[in-house]
Design a protein around this ligand. Sequence first.
Ligand code: ATP
Ligand code: ATP
Ligand code: MG
Ligand code: MG
Ligand code: MG
Ligand code: MG
Length: 269
Amino acid sequence: SSNMAKSKFEYVRNFETDDTCLRNCYIVVRLDGRNFHKFAEQHKFAKPNDDRALGLMTRSACSVMEELEDIIIAYGQSDEFSFVFKRTSNWFKRRASKLMTHVASQFSSSYVFYWKEFFEDQPLLYPPGFDGRVILYPSNRNLRDYLSWRQADCHINNLYNTVFWTLVQGRGLTTTEAEDRLKGTLAAHKNEILFSEFGINYNNESSVHRKGTTLIWEKVYETVTKRMKLPNEEEKDVPVTRSRRRVEAYHCDIIGEQFWEEHPDILED
Ligand code: ATP
Ligand code: ATP
Ligand code: MG
Ligand code: MG
Ligand code: MG
Ligand code: MG
């Protein structure tokens, strides 16, 4: 406490380095599950997409948005989630390590805390971990390109994994055979394999898997009845409408203009 803080030891605080994030930039924190390839196998994740695992990632990301300050949008897929702080945020004086560690620890503890809600019959075998990094984006264009990059990554991986596991599970190919079959193929060819050999139209696959999960704040209006007594009147039930913010999940394209036109308040000027 204060006595110790003013002691001859205090000079060691000067060894701390300044990691203030540049003003006026969006601050992005991206988390990624540590060694989740193995974690997924040991916890019997369905291939290629385990919906319990995706639901738990999204639940944990909601907890991050609700508990921490100034996050305007989050995007997640596979074992990763990106959180965007508003460019004017002054939370923890914009210290990168504070922001990143708060996101990572809130997310990790939520992942464990909510595990049972999503994996009823599958016990959690060991404590999972997540790495974090901080990236600054000075313009709306840069930020949108960042989010587009993550969603494009989701698309590329999910198309590959969908064909790969369809070949393995539907055709009985070994994983090595499926790998060889897909080596060097372009997206159009993968779509073609799915359609002509299995009658699967990739565009009809689940949007959660194809597009990932985007979380934003939305205003909701609630009407409650309150018993009120006005002067010179009988006590009676009066409807009262209140607005509050709630995290809302989308599984849509965020690369094109439409999403941003429908939600013009997310990005600042
Ligand atoms: P911040 O988020 O800024 O760290 P804080 O409330 O965590 O705020 P700290 O300076 O970190 O503030 O102090 C931690 C406080 O937690 C202590 O002052 C004390 O009240 C409480 N605390 C922590 N560990 C114990 C413990 N083992 N037994 C009793 N109280 C504890
Ligand atoms: P690193 O520690 O370097 O991140 P990693 O094993 O976590 O290594 P990633 O590139 O992050 O490697 O890939 C995450 C892996 O986790 C995927 O390849 C997949 O095997 C698995 N995985 C994550 N989420 C799911 C899910 N919802 N359903 C099925 N598998 C998943
Ligand atoms: Mg990685
Ligand atoms: Mg990982
Ligand atoms: Mg990953
Ligand atoms: Mg503390």
